[in-house]
Structures are given as structure tokens and as C-alpha cells.
Design a protein around this ligand. Structure first.
Ligand code: AMP
Length: 314
């Protein structure tokens, strides 16, 4: 089944302890759609400016991503400048230039309006809502957001959240959104804002999936080389939503959601190994399968049996 994404397409300038890059391909919709394209068809809604290199569009087309919903407008492409310290877990935003996003109003092609799985990537929450106004009865609406919008457009974000089934958010932003320091309390507070599920991403410490009754934890894949965490969250969401949208049963149950968490972590683990989308450009399906299998070994302990020693003591 198809998957629709709206989000940013960006030219990023990045600084990590391992180097600097200027005006490289980035953006929430870019990472998401590239990651999801390994699973099935993706329809993209976004805007770029006159300065956006054609070669980047060729790359997205080459991945089979449907660009009918992408427009090129007069003006400059969205730009984001970020920096990471040794911790690598949290980006410090140095500059955000909305540029063509300032006057963008998404108009969905007819073919996108009945798409069952919708991902509202990190972008102005009003634009996220405008996309939802145009889709007919989606099966699942997921969204992502960040501190920029939590702080600057909180009221609009809270409105959008009422229409969202699943929110992806990192731990610092979950605290900021909920006003709760404890991650479990923060998740409960977010569930009360509308979504029936929330995924809290914790960088190298993995991700937690919450609904009213359950919590599922998935680690991040332990890597010996982490170069640039930019896009890890969107790549995670792409793997997660790609897994849901292409499931043969079509039933979004606990087992499928756990698999989606693992596939999100698998895909994100590739993104961080190189700058920008460099690693996602070259990764091949057999590597994805191999990492999924390594992930299973990493977390599997069903075969340990019951804890007799503890159960038998006082
Ligand atoms: P992630 O590291 O997955 O959270 O997302 C990184 C991407 O988000 C970068 O490539 C940026 O271009 C993009 N980004 C940063 N700030 C914003 C913003 N305020 N709105 C939309 N996209 C953004």
C-alpha cells in the first residue's frame, strides 16, 4: 500500500566533531522517503526553490519516489544549519531559513488523496493540518515535530496532534512538549493530547513505543562509526511506516508495530554512518536484511527460560 509524506526538503549545513559540510541534501521528507522507498511506493509533498540541484531530484526519482506532489517555487530552498558536540545525541540549531516554505500551501494531487498511510514530517504544524484536510479517511496518520515548532507554533501543533494517531518525537522534545521530565510521564501526557501511540526516540539509546497499556523498547544498533546523526529520526520513521504500509496482513497490531520499531532502528543505523544521505544512497537490500538478523540476535532472550532461582527464593 502507498505511503504519503509531507515534510521539508532542505539544503543542510552540518558540523560534527568529524567534519563540516555545506548545503548538502537534507530535510525530513528527504530522509523519510528515501528510507521508506526500500519497502514500497512513496508519494512526496514538498517544495524546493530555484536553487535546488536537479541531481537531487534525479536521485529521489531514481529511488522510485513519486514526485507529482513536489513543487519548485521562486525563491531559495529551505535551509537548516546544525552542529553536534561529542555527545552526538542532540543537534544544536544554528540557523533555520524557511525560504520557500514560508508561502507554501500544499495542494495534493488527486492520486494522493486516498493514500492509506500518511506521515506528517517535521514542518510547520499548519501545513501538516492542511495535508490532513485533503486526505480521505486514512488508515493511519503519523507525525513528527521538533523544538522549533513546539516553541514557536505550539497552539497549531496541539491542534494537529488531535488528528494524529502516532507521534514520533525525541526525548528532549517530549519533555518540552509535555512539561514532564520523566520519559514515561511525558509519553502519558502526549497520549492525552490525541495520538493513541507515541514513539520516543533516544538517539544512541534506542526508542520506546508507548500506547495506553504497553511499552516496547528497541535499542539502537551498536555501531563503531557514527559520523552524522542528522536525519536519523526521519529515517527511523521511514523504516517504521514503510513496514506498516507494506505488511501483507494490513493489520496494525502489536507484533507489526514491534517489527516496525526494529526496521526503523535498522534503517536509522545506516544513515548515521556517513554524512547527509551518503550511506542511504549506497546501502543495498542484503545489508538491510543482514542488519535485521543481527538485531534479532542482539535483543533475543526468549530462550533463557524462566527465572527459577529468583522465583524459588523468598
Ligand atoms: P532529524 O535529524 O531526523 O530530526 O531531521 C533532520 C532534518 O530535519 C534535517 O535534514 C533538516 O533539514 C530538517 N529540519 C531541521 N529543522 C527543521 C524545521 N524547523 N522544519 C523542518 N525541517 C527541519
Amino acid at each position: 500500500m502507498s505511503l504519503l509524506v509531507v515534510g521539508s526538503i532542505a539544503l543542510d549545513s552540518l558540523e560534527t566533531p568529524f567534519g563540516k559540510k555545506e548545503d548538502v541534501l537534507g530535510g525530513s521528507a528527504t530522509y523519510f522517503s528515501t528510507s521508506a522507498s526500500f519497502f514500497g511506493p512513496v508519494q512526496l509533498v514538498a517544495v524546493v526553490g530555484e536553487d535546488f540541484p536537479e541531481a537531487h531530484l534525479q536521485f529521489l526519482r531514481g529511488r522510485g519516489i513519486d514526485l507529482e506532489g513536489l513543487t519548485r517555487e521562486a525563491g531559495r530552498t529551505f535551509r537548516w544549519k546544525g552542529k553536534y558536540g561529542w555527545e552526538l545525541n542532540e543537534a544544536q540549531t544554528l540557523d533555520t531559513q524557511l525560504n520557500v516554505f514560508e508561502s507554501f500551501s500544499p495542494n495534493l494531487p488527486q492520486a494522493y488523496r486516498e493514500t492509506p498511510y500518511v506521515f506528517l514530517g517535521n514542518i510547520h504544524p499548519e501545513l501538516q493540518s492542511r495535508v490532513l484536510d485533503q486526505v480521505k479517511a486514512p488508515k493511519l496518520v503519523a507525525a513528527d515535530t521538533m523544538n522549533f515548532w513546539i516553541q514557536g507554533s505550539r497552539a497549531a501543533l496541539l491542534k494537529t496532534l488531535q488528528r494524529v494517531n502516532l507521534l514520533f518525537i525525541n526525548d528532549a522534545e517530549a519533555r518540552q512538549l509535555s512539561g514532564e521530565h520523566n520519559v514515561v510521564k511525558a509519553a502519558r501526557a502526549i497520549l492525552a493530547m490525541g495520538p493513541s501511540r507515541v514513539v520516543i526516540k533516544r538517539g544512541e539509546h534506542g526508542a520506546l513505543l508507548f500506547d495506553q497499556d504497553h511499552i516496547f523498547a528497541c535499542p539502537a544498533f551498536p555501531l563503531s562509526e557514527v559520523f552524522d546523526p542528522t536525519g536519523a529520526g526521519d529515517t527511523f520513521a521511514g523504516g517504521f511506516m514503510g513496514t506498516l504500509a507494506t505488511s501483507s496482513s494490513g493489520k496494525v497490531d502489536g507484533q507489526l508495530l514491534r517489527k516496525a520499531m526494529v526496521m526503523g532502528s535498522v534503517m536509522a543505523s545506516f544513515t548515521v554512518e556517513k554524512f547527509s544521505l551518503e550511506r542511504l544512497r549506497e546501502v543495498q537490500r542484503p545489508e538491510i536484511h543482514a542488519r535485521f538478523n543481527e538485531f534479532k540476535k542482539l535483543t533475543h532472550f526468549d530462550d533463557l527460560g524462566p527465572l527459577d532461582a529468583v522465583a524459588g527464593s523468598r
